[in-house]
Structure formats: structure tokens, C-alpha cells
Design a protein around this ligand. Structure first.
Ligand SMILES: NC(=O)c1ccc[n+]([C@@H]2O[C@H](COP(=O)([O-])OP(=O)(O)OC[C@H]3O[C@@H](n4cnc5c(N)ncnc54)[C@H](OP(=O)(O)O)[C@@H]3O)[C@@H](O)[C@H]2O)c1
Length: 285
């Protein structure tokens, strides 16, 4: 079965591509940055052309407008990229009989009473969350579609701007880093996330699955754990309330996702934070 990874230049798409290669699954990439197929989710013709040429048996839709405050400032583009584009991808999958795996987020919740199970009522508080939820609903209309909700995804990747790479960059430059102390969620190690997604696919899983790390913690606590793992002096970290950060988009504060369904299906959870951070510490040396 040939896989099409939309957003293979991104953090999660990159680990999915590596996972497909390691598992012997033929895969090709699509995106706006010169991947094998040029696909812009905001340009319907580019989606149509990619499906006609790639003829995938399974599609991993990782692309999104992921900058949460950027979505708030440009809601029209956010909707085209995060909702209308995925709806078209879903349409093409349905027509081609291809399986569809869509990456979504805990930001579909309001963060009043997390952690959340897959069936809890959604109530996004930002444009990003609303447009990702609209994308989810379009994708779930395709029989057999798999929606993966995740959060705070991190990895060691010198080209990436995930939270951990930002932390390492700030620690090295000595620049202060303001970190929210009131946003709770589950840090999720990207290589383990990709492996779990591929394991769910191989089991024929469908519907919504939460795929996140096993521990719920606030972002400042996560930053302190990372500093300890990497031997960094944490004085550059400045714990703040979210309200002090003056961000354009509201954040779900008491968020996080429950993983009982994932554990029941795969028989294991993702590795604990300290184990994943230790792996990054080894890469740093
Ligand atoms: N990272 C997290 O903490 C997190 C948490 C929850 C959910 N998610 C979801 O997981 C997915 C992947 O996240 P990630 O961490 O891998 O994000 P990422 O590293 O920011 O990658 C996003 C990808 O989307 C591509 N892209 C952006 N605009 C596009 C467009 N108009 N058309 C086609 N491709 C476009 C980017 O291409 P360029 O690199 O060329 O811009 C990149 O390949 C997203 O759907 C996101 O909503 C991520």
C-alpha cells in the first residue's frame, strides 16, 4: 500500500515518513516546501493533481496552519488550510477508496476540565481549535478514517521549532524564555507518536484516538524536567500566567488527553517524559 504524507517536511510528518521507510511501506511526501508532490491545502487544484499523480492507498494528513496566534490573526486562511483543504482531501480519499489519517489537537477542547476522553464534548476557544475541529468533522465523514488528537509534540530536530528546541536555543543564547505555568497537557515525543500512529493503522483502528504522552504537567514543569535532563541551568526560564503572555489566541488551560483507549488498543502507553528527554540528551552530546 502506497502512503502519501501531506506535510512530510513538518515535525510529525517527518517521523511518519521515517517510520514508513523503516517498516517497508512505500511512501511519498506532499507539501508547499518542494516535497515530491507540490500541494497547498489552500489551493484545491494542487490537491486534485497530487491525488491523480500519487494514487495513494493511505493518506497521512499532517499539514496544517499550526501557528495558533497566526490563525487568530488570519482566520480566513486558517479555515482554508485547516478545514476546507482537509475536507477536499477527505473527498479525494473517499473517491479513491484510500484510507485517511488526520492529525488533530487537544485545542478542540476549552481546557476547563481536562484531561479529556475521545468522546467528551468539544468546545474550542481559538480559531486554530475551531478550524481543526471542522477538519476533523469533514475527515470523520469518510468511512474508516482515523483522527489522531495530540498535543505539545517535541523531538530533537535542529530544523524544528518545537518547544524543546526553543528551550535548548534559549539556554544556549542565554535569552530569557517566558513559559506558561498554568497550561496543563501531556508532552508527547514525536518518534513515539509516529510509531503509535503506524501501529494503530496496522491494527485497522478508525475513529478518534488520543495519542499523547502518559504524564499531565504544566509547561513550566516540563521545561524544568527538560533542563534537568539536559544539564541546563534553568534560570533563563520565566514562569508566567498565560494572561501575562498577551497572546492573540486564547489557550485551553486545564487540557490534556486521556489515553485509556490507546492503551487498550496497543497494549502500552507512550514512553514517560524522562525516558524521551534522556534520548534527546544523548542526541545533544
Ligand atoms: N506540534 C504539536 O505540538 C501539535 C499538537 C497538536 C496537534 N498537532 C497537529 O499535528 C500536525 C502536524 O504538526 P507538526 O508539529 O508536524 O507541525 P509542523 O512541524 O508545523 O508542520 C506543519 C506542516 O504543514 C505544512 N503546511 C503549512 N501550511 C500548509 C499548506 N497551506 N499546505 C500544505 N502544507 C502546509 C508545513 O509545510 P512548511 O514546513 O513548508 O511550512 C509543514 O510540513 C498538524 O495538523 C497539527 O495541527 C501538532
Amino acid at each position: 500500500m502506497k502512503a502519501l504524507i501531506i506535510g512530510s517536511s513538518g515535525q510529525i510528518g517527518g517521523f511518519l515518513a521515517a517510520g514508513c521507510a523503516a517498516g517497508g511501506m512505500e511512501a511519498c511526501g506532499a507539501g508547499v516546501a518542494g516535497e515530491e508532490f507540490r500541494l497547498d491545502l489552500a489551493v484545491p487544484d494542487s490537491i486534485k493533481e497530487t491525488f491523480a499523480r500519487a494514487r495513494p492507498g493511505i493518506v497521512f494528513l499532517c499539514s496544517a496552519m499550526t501557528h495558533v496566534d497566526g490563525c487568530e490573526r488570519n482566520p480566513e486562511l486558517a479555515r482554508r488550510v485547516n478545514a476546507l483543504g482537509p475536507a477536499l482531501v477527505a473527498e479525494h480519499c473517499r473517491a479513491a477508496g484510500a484510507r485517511l489519517v488526520y492529525l488533530s489537537t487537544e485545542y478542540v477542547f476549552d481546557g476547563v476540565a481536562g484531561p479529556y476522553g475521545e468522546d467528551d464534548p468539544t468546545n474550542p476557544v481559538s480559531v486554530y481549535g475551531r478550524t481543526k475541529l471542522e477538519g476533523e468533522l469533514a475527515v470523520l465523514a469518510v468511512a474508516g478514517a482515523l483522527v489522531i488528537r495530540t498535543t505539545v509534540v517535541y523531538s530533537y530536530d535542529t530544523a524544528a521549532k518545537n518547544f524543546i528546541m526553543q528551550l535548548i536555543a534559549n539556554a544556549r543564547s542565554g535569552a530569557a524564555m517566558r513559559v506558561p505555568k498554568d497550561q496543563f497537557s501531556n508532552p508527547t515525543y514525536a518518534p513515539a507518536l509516529a510509531a503509535a500512529i503506524l501501529a494503530l493503522v496496522s491494527k485497522g483502528a478508525a475513529g478518534i484516538y488520543n495519542v499523547v504522552g502518559p504524564e499531565l504537567m504544566d509547561r513550566y514543569a516540563f521545561a524544568l524536567r527538560a533542563c534537568a535532563a539536559f544539564g541546563l541551568e534553568p534560570s533563563f526560564l520565566e514562569p508566567q500566567f498565560t494572561s501575562e503572555l498577551e497572546q492573540a489566541a486564547a489557550r485551553p488551560l486545564r487540557a490534556g488527553l486521556k489515553t485509556g483507549k490507546l492503551v487498550a488498543t496497543l497494549g502500552q502507553s507512550l514512553p514517560p517524559v524522562d525516558e524521551s528527554l534522556a534520548e534527546i540528551a544523548r542526541a545533544l552530546k
